[in-house]
Design a protein around this ligand. Structure first.
Ligand code: PBG
Length: 326
């Protein structure tokens, strides 16, 4: 047979496959989310996320050593406060858990890039991402608290802030507050396309942030909507977002692709808790090859256009990437 085009020619050995490989996951692309809390000698496993823990600050420092040694450039910090209240005071307290953790991180690992999640849901007793009145999440009064939270993170030494609340206008409010307080150099990585997803379940166990009534559908986006994600992203960019997060990652590759095509800004895909939990569960049962499934998932995010990947698999992925380079 005289076939001129035979794509299989470039698949015939590992060497040639590597040579023509179009996308790669680099250790430099990875951002590792971590959960910190007060107390000592506590490393509490999150049952729905094997390998993920709630760390007291001393244990957190030990874990950071691993992160730094793995060559992972950045962490995304979530805090679990000692007390929660109606207005999420713990989020913007100078001595709050995130503020303390950031100071400690910068003291011991000044070169590790520290990103803080800016939201109220871990700090409110009702578990919503904003202030509540008569069962409704109020937008504009929440903005002030989010801005205050972001400034307090910057004061503590955070390198970048990541608002995940989905209130309208929060990027503008945070940008303005940071600029006013002398933090015009601190970038905002905005959860612009954040969907009201069932894939956040395990995270809410980890952060104790399940809404006590209702759900987040009045502020997070409706999963079937793609054009709306482009609107949210356009607004966030106008308001001053520097990096765009698409969240979740696996079921939303189209959104990552469109965001990158349309706006060109750096895009981060957030490979969320439920996505992690599914892989871990299937791997524990021996039903899938964990390494191959994880790396295939992560590279799909790169292929879709993501520059950065926020993932609980970061430590494993960094190890596997190193192994494969040998
Ligand atoms: C806080 C926040 C959530 C996640 C990141 N920031 C939870 C939520 O919106 O309910 C989810 C992360 C994950 O599932 O891994 N608003």
């Amino acid at each position: 047979m005289n076939l001129i085009n035979r794509p299989r020619r470039l698949r015939s050995s590992e060497a040639i496959r590597r040579m023509v490989r179009e996308n790669h996951v680099r250790i430099e692309d990875l951002i590792y989310p971590m959960f910190v809390m007060f107390g000592e000698k506590k490393k509490i496993p999150v049952s729905s996320m094997p390998g993920v823990y709630n760390y007291s600050l001393d244990e957190y420092l030990l874990a950071l050593k691993e992160v730094a040694e793995a060559g992972i450039p950045a962490i995304l910090l979530f805090g679990i406060p000692e007390v929660k209240d109606e207005v999420g005071t713990g989020a913007y307290d100078h001595h709050g858990i995130i503020q303390e953790a950031v100071r400690l991180t910068k003291l011991h690992y000044p070169n590790l890039y520290v990103i803080t999640d800016v939201c109220l849901c871990e700090y409110t007793d009702h578990g919503h991402c904003g202030i509540i009145q008569e069962g409704k999440v109020l937008n504009d009064p929440t903005l002030k608290l989010l801005a205050q939270t972001a400034v307090s993170h910057a004061e503590a030494g955070a390198d970048m802030v990541a608002p995940s609340d989905m209130m309208d206008g929060r990027v503008a409010a945070i940008r303005e507050a940071l600029d006013d307080e002398g933090y015009s150099h601190i970038p905002i990585m905005s959860y612009s396309a954040k969907f009201a997803s069932a894939f956040y379940g395990p995270f809410r166990e980890a952060a104790g942030s399940t809404p006590q009534f209702g759900d987040r559908r009045t502020y997070q986006m409706d999963p079937p909507n793609g054009n709306e994600a482009m609107l949210e992203t356009a607004l966030d960019i106008e308001e001053g977002a520097d990096i765009i997060i698409v969240k979740p990652a696996l079921a939303y590759g189209d959104i990552t692709y469109r965001t990158k095509e349309q706006f060109g800004l750096p895009v981060a895909a957030y490979n969320v808790s439920g996505e992690y939990a599914m892989v871990k569960a299937a791997a524990e049962k021996g039903w899938i090859d964990e390494k191959r499934v994880v790396m295939e998932s992560l590279v799909s995010m790169k292929r879709a256009g993501a520059d950065l990947i926020i993932t609980y698999h970061a430590l494993d992925a960094a190890r596997w990437i190193k192994e494969d380079q040998l």
